[in-house]
Design a protein around this ligand. Structure first.
Ligand code: ADP
Ligand code: ZN
Ligand code: ZN
Length: 746
């Protein structure tokens, strides 16, 4: 007998309710008692203010801080069984780790229909299958029904049966199906929509796995060593080295043991091609979770994962919150990708939650990347993660090296200098394709001299100053020092001072003018709002006729462009230099990913990187020895400067239409925290408030207070105290604030 049914009913239910408040709300049990008794994880409908809301019971207790008589009863319990326990655990962990309201965390982690109170059930569909009676020749009772005879003949060719849609598509009718059912020749089955058409018996693979090359086989062997334990691995392999093939074969082993695999991919990575690759390998259902699903499809997918019916679940960031009945492995592809971090509301990092989840489940974890984040790389170098390397490309061509092209003092058209324009011309003339990459990352802009490469730096910090336009000035976001815009370059006297990256707006037009015969395809978020528009362009490009591809980040990843043999990076500097200490890491990852597009098939590639800093030591290291060498250098710098991953950070972000309101609250919060830290002798630093990199956005002022600690537990202690202070502070209700644990951008 289960524990809960023997336990007396609780007198108080602690319910998580969609609200920004970091607490539960107490209710009395009410309505019908659920079959298994009151338990955490049951959804309830409760009165909240003047509304009715759906909440989730998280605690069953006998006491409350409020007099029991004042508690309202819940209206109704919505579930027979609690929501999946692994999901509940993850939500609680997430709320605690990110200091986020439990109700809002659960709310964001639930599919919309479950938030609205729908039952956790899969929609079903009908399948029509011949019965043994239909095997007789000629089948009885069809002499005067030729269409029914034809329908029966069709169904006999499909021993697993056909779904209604497939039957109607052949111009048969529902009445004809019913008639066959009435004659006992056909049976009607009902199955979840996510069910596999062939049933799950039979071989797992729909196509044979590729014979692995040596490094892949070695990596897979390590993964096979421990399929029943937490086994974190960094699969560190150059672009095109066959990481996906390793994932596929790990999944084969996991699913073969009756377990489920969860695969997270970046937003840009979940293309029809990627899905097709998984779906064509396995005969079992591969459920995809992404932003393009309808609410119903999302619920179906969630149910298929929670029930264990879907052995393979693949999705973007929020798919980390998919419950799994029998977790067997978690894979995060392109683990360094910025889209895994949610930048508003619940600011979680799906990769970090994947680590926590794999640990909790005791299953292998694979973090795959050609350019691992410094956080993950450090853990691999320290031996916390197994470091599996793939150094060879499956195509045998080594990845192209970056060639730095010095921009200083050279004339530019549409951001491109003459020798680069000539390289483009000769590549097109040779019948190949060219990718022109424009860096548009939202890094804080800084002012640069385009004659000598000088950039505005703070005299007091080892940091670049950020260009502000309203009012025009330079500000340091580390110490808040401000400075007027210089009229001329302090180093060389030139008046050619411009923000980095300016002038690239016209790149596409200039190319179209210069190469009127060649198609120019633009690929960025605006030109590819529709998923299939991008696919159409890429299909066209893969046919191989010479063309120019002009694009932003969207082009950097995943897409296989075998006919591109020249990559041009128009403006490397925009991302390389910014006040954010992670800028160089992110830019180097991007450059390496872009370079990985070149020369994947028959021809080796060239990558030309235009820069004002062709003699910058970091850039030269990246060009000469690649991302791994630069990453080691950056890790050494981070260690020396006490920055992540050697130190843990949290950022209190404050914003208000009134500058004084935000800075007054930020100042008092920081002072209160500093006092608390001193009193408790907590080894946590508190810096600020300082203006955020884009201080004024949409007429709102943004400020931040930074917390730093060597010990994560200390940081969380300080963060929890700060959040409690703000929640109790009346002035904090008039300023929008949030705490960002492990911020990715400063
Ligand atoms: P990555 O994920 O590391 O970028 P992929 O898994 O996409 O690399 O592999 C790149 C290409 O090499 C793909 O076309 C893939 O089919 C092919 N490939 C991968 N592994 C092998 C192998 N063992 N034998 C032959 N081709 C392979
Ligand atoms: Zn200068
Ligand atoms: Zn400074």
């Amino acid at each position: 007998m289960s524990e809960s049914s023997t336990r007396p009913a609780p007198r108080v239910l602690g319910v998580a309710i969609p609200s920004p408040l970091r607490r539960l709300f107490d209710y009395r049990p009410g309505g019908e008692t659920p079959a298994g008794g009151w338990r955490p994880g049951l959804r309830v409908r409760v009165p909240f203010g003047r509304r009715q809301v759906v909440g989730v019971v998280l605690e069953c207790r006998d006491d409350s801080a409020l007099p029991l008589a004042t508690l309202k009863p819940v209206d109704a319990c919505l579930d027979d069984a609690p929501l999946p326990a692994d999901w509940l655990w993850l939500c609680r962990f997430t709320a605690r780790y990110y200091q986020h309201a439990p109700g809002d965390t659960l709310h964001q982690a639930l599919p919309a229909l479950l938030r609205q109170g729908r039952a956790l059930e899969a929609r079903t569909r009908e399948r029509w299958r011949v019965t043994p009676a239909a095997e007789r020749e000629p089948p009885p009772g069809l002499a005067r029904a030729p269409r029914q005879a034809e329908l029966l003949a069709m169904l006999r060719q499909h021993p697993h049966g056909l779904v209604t849609q497939a039957v109607l598509a052949q111009s048969f009718s529902r009445d004809q199906l019913k008639a066959l059912v009435d004659k006992g020749l056909v049976e009607r089955l009902e199955e979840p929509r996510t069910a596999t058409p062939t049933g799950q018996a039979g071989p797992l693979l729909a196509e044979p796995a590729l014979p692995l090359h040596r490094e892949q086989a070695a990596a897979l062997a390590v993964l096979h060593e421990r399929l029943d334990a937490f086994h974190p691995c960094l699969l560190h392999g150059v672009t095109g080295s066959g990481k996906t093939e390793v994932y596929l074969q790990l999944i084969e082993a996991v699913v073969g043991r009756g377990r489920q695999a969860l695969v997270l991919v970046p937003e840009i990575g979940l293309t029809p091609q990627t899905l097709a690759r998984f779906r064509s390998r396995f005969r079992v259902p591969v459920v995809a979770l992404h932003s393009g699903l309808t609410d119903h499809e999302r619920l179906d997918a969630w149910e298929a994962a929670a029930s264990g019916r879907a052995p393979i679940v693949i999705g973007t960031r929020s798919a980390i919150f998919t419950p799994l009945a029998r977790p067997g492995a978690i894979i995060v592809d392109e683990e360094h990708d910025g889209s895994f971090k949610q930048q508003e509301g619940l600011r979680y990092h799906a990769r970090d939650l994947a680590v926590a989840r794999a640990h909790r489940h005791g299953v292998p974890l694979v973090l795959g990347s050609a350019t691992p984040s410094l956080e993950t790389l450090q853990r691999a170098l320290a031996g916390d993660y197994r470091h599996l390397r793939l150094t060879q490309r499956a195509s045998r061509h080594p990845p192209a090296r970056l060639e730095l092209v010095d921009l200083r003092g050279r004339p530019r058209r549409g951001g491109l200098i003459p020798p680069v324009m000539e390289a483009i011309a000769s590549t097109l003339a040779a019948g190949h394709q060219v990718l022109v990459f424009i860096n548009r990352r939202g890094f804080a802009p800084t002012l640069a001299c385009h004659a000598c490469g000088w950039m505005a730096e703070c005299d007091h910090c080892d940091a670049r100053m950020t260009l502000h336009r309203q009012p025009p000035l330079l500000a340091c976001h580390h110490c808040d020092r401000r400075r007027a815009l210089p009229d001329a370059c302090p180093d060389c006297g030139s008046a050619d001072l411009r923000p980095l990256g300016s002038g690239t707006e016209r790149t596409e037009e200039t190319l179209a003018e210069r190469f009127p015969e060649t198609p120019v395809h633009r690929i960025d978020r605006d030109s590819t709002r529709r998923r299939d528009a991008l696919e159409q362009t890429l299909t066209e490009v893969r046919r191989g006729a010479p063309c120019l591809l002009v694009g932003t980040q969207m082009l950097a990843k995943g897409h296989h462009l075998p006919h591109v043999t020249l990559v041009v990076v128009v403006n490397a500097d925009a991302g390389l230099y910014s006040s954010d200490f992670r800028a160089l890491e992110h830019s180097a990852q991007l450059l390496e990913q872009v370079a990985g597009r070149a020369g994947r098939a028959a021809h080796p590639g060239r990558v030309l990187v235009q820069t004002l800093h062709a003699d910058d030591s970091n850039l030269r290291l990246l060009a000469a020895r690649g991302y791994d060498a630069l990453a080691e250098q950056l890790l050494a710098e981070r260690r020396a400067a006490a920055l992540p991953p050697f130190r843990h950070l949290a950022l209190l972000r404050l914003e208000s239409p009134r500058e004084e309101a935000a800075s007054e609250l930020g100042g008092r919060a920081a002072d209160a925290l500093r006092e608390h830290l001193a009193e408790r002798r907590l080894a946590v630093d508190c810096l600020g408030p300082v203006p955020a990199p884009m201080e004024r956005r949409q007429n709102r002022y943004h400020l931040q207070v930074m917390l730093g600690a060597d010990k994560r537990s200390r940081l969380h202690e300080a963060g929890a105290w700060l959040v409690a202070w703000l929640e109790a502070e009346p002035a904090a209700r008039r300023v929008r604030w949030s705490l960002d644990i492990d911020p990715q951008t400063l």
